[in-house]
Design a protein around this ligand. Structure first.
Ligand SMILES: Cc1cc2nc3c(=O)[nH]c(=O)nc-3n(C[C@H](O)[C@H](O)[C@H](O)COP(=O)(O)O)c2cc1C
Length: 161
C-alpha cells in the first residue's frame, strides 16, 4: 500500500501534463505494448530519448533486455489503446507497421524506431536511453495525461488558426 507522502508526491508530479506513448517490443512471434508517460527527449545530435521502466512491471525483463524497440506517441482517439497496454494480459499489439525495421503501432501521431543506447539505475525504475534510428510524425490532436486523467491537446497548427 502507498504511504501518505508517496500519494502526495505522485499527486504533485501529476501536475506535470504529459503526452502518452506506447513502447513496443518483440515477444517471440508476437508484439508486446507498454503504456508510458515518462518519455523525454535527451539529445538532438545524436538523437536520443529516454523513458523509465518500473521495476515491478511484470514485463520488466522483456523491455529491460530489448535491444530494439518502437515508440508510438498516441493521438486523442487512442485512449482505449493506452488503457489496453497498461496490462500484461492485453499487451499484444494487433496492428503494427515497421519503421526502420522496428515495429510500431499503426495508430498514433508520431513514431520512433530505437536501439538501446544506455541503461541507468533510477531508484525503483530503470532509465532506458534509446538512440533514434528513424522517426515519422503526422498532424493531429494528442492524447494527454494530467492529474491522473486522460485528456486531449489540440494540434495548434490545424484548423486554420
Ligand atoms: C498514463 C500512464 C503512464 C504510465 N507510464 C509508465 C512509465 O513511464 N513507465 C512504466 O514502467 N509504467 C508506466 N505506466 C504503467 C504501465 O503501463 C503498466 O501498467 C505497469 O508497468 C504494470 O504492467 P504489468 O501489468 O506488466 O505489471 C503508466 C501507466 C499509465 C496509465
Amino acid at each position: 500500500m502507498e504511504s501518505e507522502p508517496d500519494i502526495a508526491y505522485r499527486r504533485a508530479m501529476g501536475a506535470f501534463a504529459t503526452g502518452v506513448a506506447v513502447v513496443s517490443a518483440v515477444r517471440g512471434e508476437a508484439l508486446s505494448g507498454l503504456t508510458v508517460n515518462s518519455l523525454a527527449s535527451v539529445s538532438l545530435k545524436p538523437p536520443l530519448l529516454l523513458w523509465c521502466l518500473q521495476k515491478t512491471c511484470e514485463r520488466f525483463e522483456l523491455f529491460a533486455r530489448a535491444e530494439h524497440w518502437g515508440l508510438t506517441i498516441l493521438g486523442d482517439g487512442d485512449e482505449a489503446l493506452a488503457r489496453r497496454f497498461t496490462r500484461q494480459h492485453t499487451e499484444t499489439i494487433e496492428e503494427s507497421d515497421l519503421l526502420s525495421g522496428v515495429p510500431v503501432l499503426r495508430a498514433g501521431v508520431a513514431h520512433f524506431a530505437c536501439r538501446t543506447h544506455a541503461r541507468h539505475e533510477g531508484g525503483d525504475h530503470l532509465i532506458i536511453v534509446g538512440e533514434v534510428l528513424g522517426f515519422q510524425a503526422r498532424p493531429g490532436a494528442a492524447l494527454t495525461f494530467y492529474r491522473g486523467r486522460y485528456g486531449r491537446a489540440e494540434d495548434p497548427h490545424e484548423g486554420g488558426a
